[in-house]
Ligand binder design. Structure first.
Ligand code: ZN
Length: 356
């Protein structure tokens, strides 16, 4: 898709907020293009899921925009000297940029572009219900809910000795001992009471245990994080298949079904066809009749069935049985094991556990 890199370029280069309505409008244009102005057969949101979750990786532009705009925020934290613009942005900001995203106070008089990055970060936090609490990237000297910070400036002075963030106090999920901190950051004996204050505060606020990520392919990573946080409910498609076949399909098996659907053959046409069968893309007579009650709900092949649903049309219709018998005769000539004649095997590709 050539469109995405072009949009991504703009998303990254311009530190401006884009209103929600703009993304709604873009989605409408894309949907109209995909379905050629006809009524959509698969939900737009389903198409946006990853391929292992039954979608086709159609981009969620809003998330790409968020991910692109959060890239500078990661640079604030990483403080890479190769990033030339950092010193310019820092010169215009009264608070160190690296502590800005995790402050529990509001900073006034920020430059417009810094404000834009922070606004998007806050939108992401609200949208995914991320706690506004502590992170391992919180700066020790800037925690507002840690009262000793108001009386004692020494906590923020530790930064001069190289001790700035909470994660520096932690080794394999445990708070380091005072001796270790003395060794690493040259703390003095009279810092011991401060260490105890901090230790009791951290044991009461364990939000910092949430982990951070890496930095390669940042936008893609942030994007997949956003995606995985948003789509975690069981799908409508799976529920329909379970209802029609009267079988329970576990979430893991369902993920395998989708993954296999994209691997099963090199032919694009047949892969697409398989995806359409599993996604229930086709308008079977029962669906058409629901959309327009004047149309009777009868099997296309005139078999007389009054429940011509997806499973009937592609599997159980009596007029199809010769076809499936022939398919199974061929399959059982090829494989030494007996492949069960079952709709979940034939249409969804679920191989029973007892087969090698
Ligand atoms: Zn039929």
């Amino acid at each position: 898709m050539n469109l995405l890199p072009r949009l991504l370029y703009l998303f990254q280069m311009l530190p401006v907020g884009i209103p929600k309505s703009m993304f709604v409008e873009l989605d409408k244009i894309i949907s109209k293009f995909i379905w050629q102005s006809k009524r959509p057969r698969i939900k737009y949101k389903t198409l946006q899921r990853s391929k292992t979750e039954g979608g086709l990786n159609l981009p969620v532009l809003k998330y790409y925009f968020w991910a692109a705009q959060l890239k500078p925020l990661i640079s604030w934290i990483q403080q890479d000297s190769q990033t030339r613009w950092l010193s310019i942005e820092q010169a215009k900001c009264s608070v160190p940029l690296k502590v800005l995203p995790f402050l529990d106070i509001l900073v006034k008089d920020l430059p417009l572009w810094t404000k834009t990055t922070l606004n998007i970060w806050n939108k992401v936090r609200i949208s995914f219900k991320l706690p506004r609490g502590l992170s391992i990237l919180t700066s020790i000297g800037h925690i507002k809910s840690f009262t000793p910070n108001f009386l004692d400036k020494k906590f923020s002075k530790w930064a001069e000795q190289g001790l700035t963030f909470l994660h520096q106090l932690i080794d394999r999920n445990n708070l380091m001992s005072f001796e270790e901190l003395c060794r690493n950051f040259h703390l003095q004996k009279n810092d011991f009471f401060r260490y105890l204050q901090l230790r009791s505060f951290l044991s009461a606020h364990r939000d910092w245990e949430r982990k951070g990520g890496g930095d390669k392919k940042l936008i893609t990573k942030l994007y997949s994080v956003f995606l995985s946080m948003n789509f975690n409910e069981p799908t409508w498609t799976k529920q329909r298949w379970e209802a029609e076949t009267a079988k329970k399909i576990s979430d893991e098996t369902w993920e395998e079904v989708w993954t296999e659907a994209h691997r099963v053959t090199n032919s694009n046409t047949w892969r697409e066809y398989k995806w359409k069968i599993i996604s229930r893309y086709f308008r079977t007579p029962d669906v058409v009749s629901k959309m327009d009650p004047k149309v009777p709900s009868l099997c296309w092949r005139n078999c007389g069935s009054a429940v011509p649903n997806h499973t009937h049309i592609f599997w159980s219709c009596p007029k199809l049985q010769n076809f499936w018998d022939e398919v199974y005769r061929a399959i059982n000539q090829i494989f030494p094991e007996v492949i069960p004649k079952d709709v979940t095997v034939a249409l969804l590709g679920i191989i029973p556990d007892d087969l090698p």
